[in-house]
Structure formats: C-alpha cells, structure tokens
Design a protein around this ligand. Structure first.
Ligand code: F6P
Length: 319
C-alpha cells in the first residue's frame, strides 16, 4: 500500500474536515502518499484528484462543511460509473480509498472493494442512522445547533404564549429529534420509531396549560411528516396559537463540537491504520465507547436502533 485517496460523500456533516485532516496526517505519518477526491464519487469518475500534504489540511480542524466537497452521485450507482471510477483510480496509482459519508456512500464503497479497490468507511452524517455504529460524525454538532435554535424559539414562545412545532432533520431516523427534544425540554417529541398521535400531543399541551404553562415546544423528526401539517392539526383541533419552524440545513453547518472533533480525529486515524494493516470492506464505528470496525454489509443493514428508553424518559420529564 503506497497511495490512498480520501473522499466525502452524501450530505455534509460538521467534523468531515476534521476527519479529512486526520486521514491525511495519519496517512503521511504512516508513510503513505495521500490524495483527495473532489466532489465525492463524481470526482472519482471524473478523475478529479488533488494531492494532499500536511499543510493542505492546516486550519480546517474547526471548519464546517468539507474542503473536498460532496455530492450524491447517481452515475456511480451504475456498473458503468463504477468502472469509469476504477479506471481513473488505476491511472492515478491509488491502492486504497477512504470514504467519509453515510450508508449510501458505503454501498458504493462495498462495490469498489468487491471489484478490487480496498475501501474503508468513516461514518459521517448528522442523522446518526448507521447500523454498525453508535455514533456518526456531525450528530453532536447538529444536536447542539438544534438545541440552541429551540432555546431561542422558546423565548419568543413564552412571550407570546404560543405553541411551536419545530421540525428537525434526520431523514428516516428520530435521533436528532429525540436528543434535541430531550435537551431543550420539549413538551412532546415525535419520532418515526415510536407511536405518535396528535391527540396525545394536544392532551399534553392542555395538561401544561392547566398548571399555568401557556407555551409549548413540540419537536418533530422530518421522517414522521411535515411539521406544517402537524402544526395545522394542532391549530384546527385545539385552537392553540401555533407556529411552525423548520430548522433545515442550518443543522448541517457550523464549527464541529469538541466531541465531533475528537470522534473525527480518532475515526480518521483508525481508518488509515486499518488500511495499512490490510483491512478492507469495513466501516470504522463506535460501540460501548470503543472504536470497532464492521463489514460494509453489516453497516448498511437497515437496523439502526434508537434508544427508546430516552424517549420514555423525555416523556416522563415533560409532564
Ligand atoms: O442525511 C443528512 C440530511 O441532512 C438528512 O437529515 C436530510 O433528510 C437530507 O440530508 C437532506 O438532503 P439534501 O441536503 O440533499 O436536501
């Protein structure tokens, strides 16, 4: 193994730059040449490579986004696209690839490994929705961003005695909603993994108002449905003054938290070490506080588990 490449793929996440830095610096430390691939798998198909040096990743540890940029590439899902990518990789003399992204990105990395290019994955998505790991880079920062936004909304909700439905990201997973809802003291949290019912949400608002609480925060995971629809239902059925806020891509930006920087640094270095040791077709992950690796096959299985005990705890704390 002489030369490795690193790319970021799918939705960006705070901490991706920190992970790129770790891959590049650990790679050089282990005696490898490291290059970056611009624009994810699209760049692999186009042969869009940039040479990386110790200095090229200076001053990025604290920056959101990804200096290598990212895409969701339809062409790479085809056999033709993968063959084009492999040709470019061969021309460039690349012996291994490190992919920072979500489960869609690892499906692609698995195909490349099967076709002869050893690939290793680093979980990078704000959604925290990958089966083979308890943590994905970007989740902590996204939750902190959401909590900060909800705290601000709570100020105005209290002043105007309003109910706010706040929609957060997460694709099909409720992790961001659950953590942000719990940490911001939401009166109700609606996630795809737990049964939900607008009548129950309304009852909880009414219970609050009986003890004099005239404002409420409802956090809704986007995987459940549109926050606007839930807001309209609450307004129509119960007549509360209800507003809706969609936090959207705000949750994807910003400087990575200390925890995300720590995870990105460790996972980035671990991915390089595994590659040097001859490992391939695996994703680095976190289990019981320790770094582990899982085959891509396992990692992309759709069995990501949310901690429902947290959901029940949040309900019991916001009665
Ligand atoms: O996977 C990260 C994520 O931000 C999801 O939470 C969200 O559903 C999706 O990406 C949005 O994707 P896009 O940026 O392509 O609109």
């Amino acid at each position: 193994m002489k030369k490795i490449a690193v790319l970021t793929s799918g939705g960006d996440a705070p901490g991706m730059n920190t992970a790129i830095r770790a891959v590049v610096r650990r790679g050089i430390f282990r005696g490898l040449d490291v290059c970056g691939v611009k624009n994810g798998y699209k760049g692999l198909i186009d042969g869009n490579f940039v040479s990386m040096s110790l200095g090229s990743v200076g001053d990025i540890i604290h920056r959101g986004g990804t200096i290598l940029q990212s895409t969701r590439c339809e062409e790479f899902k085809t056999v033709k696209g993968q063959q084009r990518a492999l040709k470019e990789v061969e021309k460039e003399g690349i012996d291994g690839l490190i992919v920072i992204g979500g489960d869609g990105s690892f499906k692609g990395a698995r195909k490349l490994t099967i076709k002869g290019l050893p690939a290793i994955g680093i979980p990078g998505t704000i959604d925290n929705d990958i089966a083979g790991t308890e943590y994905t880079i970007g989740f902590d920062t996204a939750v902190n961003t959401a909590v900060e936004a909800i705290d601000k909304i709570r100020d105005t909700a209290a002043s105007h005695e309003r109910t706010y439905v706040i929609e957060v990201m997460g694709r099909d997973a409720g992790d961001i909603a659950l953590w942000a809802g719990m940490c911001a003291g939401a009166e109700s949290i609606i996630i795809p993994e737990a049964h939900h019912d607008v009548e129950d949400v309304i009852d909880r608002i009414k219970q609050g108002s009986k003890r004099g609480k005239m404002h409420s925060i409802i956090v809704v995971a986007e995987g459940v449905g549109k926050g606007t629809e839930i807001g309209n239902m609450i307004k129509e059925k119960a007549g509360f003054d209800t507003k809706v806020a969609i936090l959207g891509h705000l949750q994807r930006g910003g400087a990575p938290s200390a925890y995300d920087r720590m995870m990105s640094s460790q996972m980035g270095a671990k991915a390089v070490d595994l590659m040097v040791e001859g490992e391939k077709g695996v994703m680095v992950g976190l289990k019981n506080g320790r770094l582990i690796h899982t085959s891509f096959e396992e990692a992309v299985k759709e069995s990501h588990m949310i901690d429902l005990s947290l959901y029940h705890l949040a309900r019991s704390l916001s009665i």
